[in-house]
Design a protein around this ligand. Structure first.
Ligand code: DGY
Length: 313
């Protein structure tokens, strides 16, 4: 008989196939409460993804839970303190997705600043027959401010250097052995840069880090790029700034209430939207899937976990 494991959020089909070949994967979200209660003590493993919420209450209701395996680098939805309090380890999938997220961040910078989707719409609407597309702003040589200089921020900085950008960053503390300029004041960073790239973790302390004051400082020529989490940006303030023209534009892969995206963000030439797809390439999603499997196997074989989250290290 296969061992039961609990799955609480969407996972890619190839990962599900591999898991189902080894385990009986039980869907938490469709499991009747009575069935859940009767089998709760059978689960040692909870599988989830980077966007899902794993509450302390759920963790406490699984008496033999020992591992939460997150498909994603972000694990802000998991109550890690509750997990630790119940001696539950948490793993995630760092590193393997860094390059893809950095690639998409650069793509959003180019697409937003040069208005690539707006220019395509202009052709499709037959407007080129009457006029030329309005001039846009230059990307090469611009000033980039990075909010959260972790793995992804560093990978974006590496790419931005090829565009001769000047790079500054805001973090809780300076990052060792990094030549980019440290600016501890987020509003000052926003004032100094043309692009503000947000890739900080979506922890509760960072909620609405990018608020009206930061957007005002970025200004009517400045462009906000978010590949972190929707919760990092005050979306209502963003819409107001775009309406008022006090912010130059925004390239967004993440949103406050995904997959709901406020229609007020649609159909603006200076706004580019993508559906939280920064790490969604075949190569990377396969690598993320393999890392989840490797962590799960290491756990059931009693071996060290490959990528525990820093709090569990
Ligand atoms: C991540 O890995 O955290 C991505 O945002 C997908 O959830």
């Amino acid at each position: 008989m296969k061992m039961k494991v609990l799955k609480q959020a969407g996972l890619p089909a190839p990962l599900m196939d591999a898991l189902q070949a080894r385990y009986e994967v039980v869907e938490y979200n469709t499991l009747p409460e009575r069935d859940f209660r009767s089998m709760a003590d059978e689960f040692q493993l909870l599988l989830t993804n980077g966007e899902a919420v794993v509450t302390g209450e759920l963790i406490a209701s699984l008496p033999n839970l020992a591992l939460i395996a997150v498909f994603g680098v972000g694990y802000d939805g998991v109550d890690v303190q509750a997990a630790k309090a119940h001696q539950v380890m948490v793993t995630h999938t760092p590193d393997v997705l860094t390059e893809d997220v950095a690639d998409l961040a650069i793509g959003l910078m180019l697409a937003t600043c040069r208005q690539i989707p707006g220019a395509q719409a202009f052709i499709q609407q037959g407007k080129w027959m009457q006029e030329s597309y309005p001039w846009t702003k230059k990307v090469s040589g611009a000033a980039l401010g990075i909010v959260g200089l972790g793995r992804i921020g560093l990978a974006v900085a590496k790419r931005a250097q090829a565009f001769d950008m000047t790079i500054s960053y805001c973090n809780r503390s300076p990052v060792k052995e990094v030549a980019h300029r440290y600016q501890p004041d987020l509003v000052a960073l926003a004032k100094e840069c043309d692009f503000l790239l947000v890739c900080a973790p979506g922890i509760a302390d960072n909620r609405h880090l990018i608020n009206r004051e930061v957007m005002d400082a970025l200004g009517s020529e400045g462009i906000l790029i978010n590949v972190g989490r929707g919760s990092l940006v005050d979306e209502q303030a963003l819409i107001m700034a775009l309406d008022a023209g006090t912010l130059g534009g925004a390239g967004l892969d993440v949103f406050s209430d995904e997959p709901e995206v406020p229609p007020a963000l649609y159909d603006r030439p200076n706004v580019v939207l993508t559906p939280h797809m920064a790490s969604a390439t075949w190569t990377t999603r396969q690598a993320m899937s393999q890392l989840v499997l490797d962590n799960v196997e290491a756990f059931f074989n009693g071996e060290p976990l490959l990528t525990p989250v820093p709090e569990c290290n």
